[in-house]
Design a protein around this ligand. Sequence first.
Ligand code: FAD
Length: 141
Amino acid sequence: MSDYRLIYVSKRDESLNLQEILDIIESSEMHNKEDHLTGMLLYSKNAFMQVLEGDLLQINQTYQRICKDPRHSDIILLSFQMIEHRMFSDWLMKLYDVLQMKMDDRIFDLSEQSPYYPFPINSDSAFEILMMAKYVSQGNV
Ligand code: FAD
């Protein structure tokens, strides 16, 4: 059966601290393991960007839960498409701080927006940012 990839951006609740983001990751890993989903969550001072890969229905259900979550808002779906193979299969949900990893300049270039608030942004740029984050976090850049 084909896999799908969903990418969205959202406004992070600015009162959310790192421990609370780590709690999201812990719960995400538990759910995603059950649902055979993988992906990556980028965060900056006031934004999230997430990619989820896996089964169509599981992604859809998870995304609907995520959309109701009060820990972020202004969620913008950037893409939801069938894929030949997963690009984020190594992680149930990899957390990545875009600023700590010194990717801010490149994100700035790609989005032409503040590195802290990466939208409006198109789906191609978002995927490119996520792929950069993947390679940097794997130590390949
Ligand atoms: P419960 O854990 O029972 O929570 C019930 C409700 O309370 C839900 O609406 C939940 O969103 C909200 N809630 C839970 N904990 C808190 C809290 N500490 N503060 C405020 N509200 C809270 N889930 C996944 O399964 N996979 C993911 O990849 C994933 N990624 C996420 C990315 C982001 C940026 C955010 C904000 C959340 C993400 N979540 C993810 C969490 C998701 O929104 C749900 O909280 C989670 O899936 C558990 O759902 P549940 O129905 O069991 O709700």
